[in-house]
Design a protein around this ligand. Structure first.
Ligand code: URA
Length: 196
């Protein structure tokens, strides 16, 4: 099979997944959402950033990390040479929980297969969890963001780490120095793996 055929098949799988996600009614959040927030970035990325759930701006625009936290994330991304041409960004939940409350377990369970399929299609070498909720779901259930942010974990061929959620940095600017160190570490790992 030629490379073009493989790429076309992959794009078809992306389109199918997007279509399923846009019409999802597996949990109550579909009643209150304005837009499904599927993901953004390159389908050829080798690095995935995974957040928690859409907030108000994301729900309005249908894209992850476009609000205040997203603007701050953009700054760290630029600092580390990451752009939407070399990363893919998605969330654990594709719909906004009312009042931005934490996603509950059953909402996560209903939604996680979309992220699994996105991850399978991307086939990343690095996954960066943004905050505690994503780290607990993706790295380990007892993840402690305060003591374990920036640490590296390996699952099969994927290197994983978690950094402070940009909303946490907005609330407590003392954490920003740690975020700089963690972003540097992600950049170094990407260079080491020759994906940047
Ligand atoms: N917080 C998240 O975790 N994800 C978004 O997309 C926006 C804010």
């Amino acid at each position: 099979m030629g490379i073009e055929t493989i790429l076309n098949e992959k794009e078809e799988q992306w389109q199918e997944l997007l279509k399923d996600c846009l019409s999802c009614d597996k949990c109550v959040l579909h009643n209150t959402r304005n837009k499904v927030v599927f993901g953004k970035g390159s389908h050829e990325a080798k690095i995935m950033f995974i957040g928690e759930a859409p907030g108000e701006s994301e729900d309005r625009e249908g894209l992850p990390f476009v609000g205040r936290a997203g603007k701050l994330l953009d700054k760290y991304m630029t600092f580390a040479d990451f752009t939407l041409d070399n990363v893919y960004i998605a969330n654990i939940l594709k719909c906004r929980p009312p009042q931005n409350r934490d996603p509950d377990q059953s909402e996560q369970d209903n939604c996680i297969d979309y992220l699994r399929l996105q991850t399978k299609l991307i086939d990343p070498k690095i996954i960066v969890c943004l905050g505690r909720i994503a780290a607990m779901r993706i790295i380990k259930p007892d993840f402690r963001i305060t003591s374990e942010h920036g640490a590296w974990f390996r699952k099969g061929s994927i290197y994983m780490t978690a950094i402070y959620h940009p909303s946490a940095l907005l609330r407590d600017s003392e954490k920003k120095a740690d975020a700089v160190i963690d972003f540097k570490s992600v950049r170094e790992k990407a260079v080491e793996l020759r994906i940047l």
